[in-house]
Design a protein around this ligand. Structure first.
Ligand SMILES: [Zn+2]
Length: 768
């Protein structure tokens, strides 16, 4: 009997301690060994995952799951946070979202509003919080643990209100690979003169900072996971995307965005981010936060950065000032510098109150970020019904039948690269019908028609000027017309009251007839200074299973024999590709003293000499976009960049789609139509010269593509000074010794989107 009592008591103790360990919600410091935001301390990705797994086990407010694997095979994760009662009805809440997003699912028109009102009463505001897409912006993935801990553990009434009224989808990092890339570099350089520098490699294997330019092309697995498994499942009303900006401007940016706003973004979305961002800024100012700007710096033009704007969700970008990774800095007031729309040394309607300078720590960053995030959640909870009503209104406007004269849809011809284009639309939630003529029809009366419309139509970027008349630069680029980028024929169709049938004459896009030649083991030049264009190039090659070599600064300076190209005699590579990078960076790389010595020096004069020998002995050297300036200067080619050094008021093309004409008798243009596109962005434009000091005569230059003499070169986006480039060359081949140099005055494989000019790219990579 006594023994049985002891056993029973032990058992009870065991159960009790089990319960105690289960309910103990650990603060991040208890798991990491430091509080996120502490100077010079970064968490590894496995520590972050470990922390969230512990929260999941300890808290009934947190569900944590792995959605897939990243490019470098790390877990891509998300926490879903709400009350236990809400977490028990996630499927029902998803269904409510699905019906409000697409009012056609609510049945007959006459009763939809009544049904919607009932769903709005039952639904929750869905808030997606995304952190860490840009891995050197370390504040947000660290803040994600602080945010999750407070939500999981707090008994404050305002937290209970947030949990009751919202479902929070928290992604601790949109780029887990980069968490470790940055931490490893930071820890390695800690305490050295290079502490706080950015790593000398892309923080996403292929895209680097461009991982946040992939929200319509959907090329990367991280983008695909986020779109397929979060956005398209939940249709969040609010997407809080937490970033950091440079150190010398405002302490914090919040929406509204500065103009231009891309015209397909629903007015209700503009109203939503304006209302929420303005309210957050007001509340933060009232709490004593300084240096806040709104309606400046960041525009709302490209869908490459804003999936949710075309899917009934407001994108709430925040940009907090950076330190040096996790190391503090001290700034003087007079070191603060203006950015587009405000001067941090002057109060204005877009900026204030002044931040007077001083120390700036990682803890300041996490404090701004967590404060902003909880204010956003407060608003989402307090205005739950309003957020859901607006969400339904956007869906209702989207699906209404189009009146005669309005755009009814687009017909997409099956030729060219129509399948990749259609796949993008499908992934973006767009419904596509097949017509009896074999074309694909995208109707405008469907929930995500705005996403299709912005990608299928031509962009007319507004000619924005500052007070002095200088063009205001777009935050990113100005064009995203997929029929042009991908080489697909698309016809807009007006509503007429009759069914949409066959194709009509108006067409966007030039269709390629041929298929790209296979590249024959080219070498890609690897700069010590990270190049996104290099990363995209490697992604394109890897995604097509095309092998390539890599040649570094150091190898090219040393002139290793692997690139001696005499066919059949010695050597490994016949073609070397130099991706888009400035001429100075190619030649000099990181300046001496800026980074550890093994990363400095660039190609240098030795690299130039070896590249020249490579061409003269029969090799092909291909230069993309700005890198072409390097070739002209260093090889003294009989070419001049006619737009080099021109002020923006005279010539400006900040990421636009231009028209070029091809000499299709040149093998580089094999399989191409007579006319195609060129993605121009800080691009050189060539003119053949008779410079007596040039290393080869002008007759060695073969123009493969040029801008038309009698048509506007602009197809989509923004171009100033277009007359200056009419008739000038956009792609040339220069023979030199036994080999040749190919200069692209554009980006033929731009962000893995410009499929229309892939044949030019691959033909150039093939040996003759
Ligand atoms: Zn960023």
């Amino acid at each position: 009997m006594r023994n049985r009592t002891v056993v029973l008591m032990l058992l009870l103790l065991c159960v009790a301690s089990q319960v105690l360990t289960q309910t103990k919600i650990l603060a991040p410091a208890e798991v990491l060994g430091f509080t996120p935001g502490e100077d010079r301390k970064l968490a590894s990705w496995s520590q972050v995952v470990d922390y969230f797994e512990r929260l999941d086990r300890a808290s009934d407010r947190v569900n944590f799951e792995t959605l897939g694997q990243t490019t470098m095979n790390k877990p891509f994760v998300m926490a879903t946070i709400s009350t236990p009662a809400n977490l028990a009805r996630l499927d029902e809440l998803k269904k409510i979202q699905d019906q409000l997003a697409d009012p056609r699912k609510l049945g007959p028109l006459a009763t939809r509003d009544r049904k919607a009102a009932e769903l709005i009463r039952q639904g929750k505001t869905i808030v997606l919080i995304t952190c860490g897409i840009h891995s050197t912006e370390v504040g947000s993935y660290l803040s994600s643990m602080l945010i999750a801990h407070r939500l999981a553990s707090s008994t404050e009434p305002e937290i209970q209100k947030i949990l009751d009224n919202t479902i929070i989808l928290l992604v601790p990092s949109l780029n887990p690979d980069g968490v470790d890339i940055v931490k490893n570099w930071y820890d390695k350089t800690l305490g050295t003169p290079f502490e706080g520098t950015d790593p000398p490699e892309l923080y996403h294997k292929y895209t680097g900072h461009d991982n946040n330019r992939d929200w319509y092309a959907f090329t990367q697995v991280e983008t695909q996971l986020t779109v397929d498994k979060i956005h398209n499942v939940w249709h969040p009303q609010i997407v809080h995307d937490i970033h950091q900006q440079g150190a010398f401007g405002s302490r914090l940016f919040l929406p509204p965005y500065m103009p231009p706003v891309e015209p397909n973004i629903p007015k209700a979305i503009v109203q939503a981010y304006t209302e929420l961002g303005s309210w957050m800024a007001t509340e933060m100012r009232a709490k004593g936060f300084q240096g806040i700007t709104t309606n400046s710096t960041y525009d709302a033009w490209t869908p490459a950065r804003a999936y949710s704007h075309y899917h009934a969700g407001a994108r709430m970008l925040s940009e907090t000032a950076s330190a040096r990774i996790a190391s503090p800095i001290t700034l003087k007031f007079d070191e603060l510098r203006s950015r587009e729309g405000y001067d941090p040394q002057k109060e204005s309607p877009k900026f204030g109150p002044l931040w007077r300078g001083g120390e700036w720590h990682l803890s300041d960053i996490t404090k701004y970020m967590t404060t902003a995030a909880f204010l956003l959640l407060d608003h989402a909870a307090a205005n739950r019904e309003q957020w859901l009503r607006r969400f339904y209104a956007i869906g209702k406007e989207a699906v209404r039948p189009r009146r005669p004269g309005e755009l009814a849809g687009f017909l997409i011809e099956p030729a060219g690269n129509s399948e990749p284009l259609l796949n993008i639309l499908r992934r973006g939630g767009v419904e596509i019908e097949r017509t009896k003529y074999g074309t694909s029809l995208v109707r405008m009366d469907q929930p995500y028609a705005a996403f299709a419309k912005t990608l299928l139509e031509v962009q007319r970027y507004p000619n924005l000027r500052d007070a002095e008349g200088h063009p205001i630069a777009p935050y990113d680029v100005t064009a995203h017309t997929l029929p042009l980028l991908m080489g697909v024929a698309v016809h807009p169709v007006k509503a007429s009251g009759r069914p949409i049938t066959g194709a009509i004459p108006e067409v966007i896009g030039f269709v390629n007839k041929g298929t790209p030649t296979k590249a024959e083991l080219p070498a890609i030049y690897h700069s010590s200074v990270p190049s996104q264009d290099e990363g995209w190039t490697k992604w394109i090659m890897d995604s097509k299973d095309l092998p390539y070599g890599v040649l570094t600064d150091k190898e090219l300076r040393a002139g290793i024999t692997i690139f001696k190209p005499s066919p059949g005699v010695t050597g490994k590579y016949y073609v070397i590709l130099v991706p888009d990078q400035s001429a100075r960076t190619l030649l000099e790389g990181y300046r001496s003293g800026a980074m550890p010595p093994e990363y400095t020096g660039g190609l240098g004069p030795e690299g130039v000499r070896h590249l020249r020998e490579f061409v003269e002995t029969g090799g092909t050297l291909v230069f993309l976009n700005r890198a072409s300036n390097f070739a002209i200067e260093q090889f003294k080619l009989p070419l001049r960049n006619v737009v080099g050094g021109l002020p923006r008021t005279d010539f400006y093309v900040p990421g636009s789609i231009l028209r070029i004409e091809l000499d299709t008798s040149n093998p580089i243009a094999a399989g191409m139509p007579k006319e195609t596109i060129a993605w121009a962005e800080d691009s050189p434009v060539f003119e053949v010269t008779n410079d007596p000091n040039a290393t080869v005569p002008a007759s060695n230059v073969h123009v493969v593509a040029s801008y038309p003499t009698d048509k506007d070169p602009l197809l989509s986006g923004w171009l100033l000074g277009g007359d200056l480039i009419k008739g000038k060359a956009a792609l040339v081949e220069v023979t030199m010794g036994k080999g040749r140099v190919i200069l692209f005055g554009f980006r033929p494989q731009y962000r893995a989107q410009s499929l229309a000019t892939y044949p030019l790219f691959f033909n150039a990579l093939s040996s003759k």
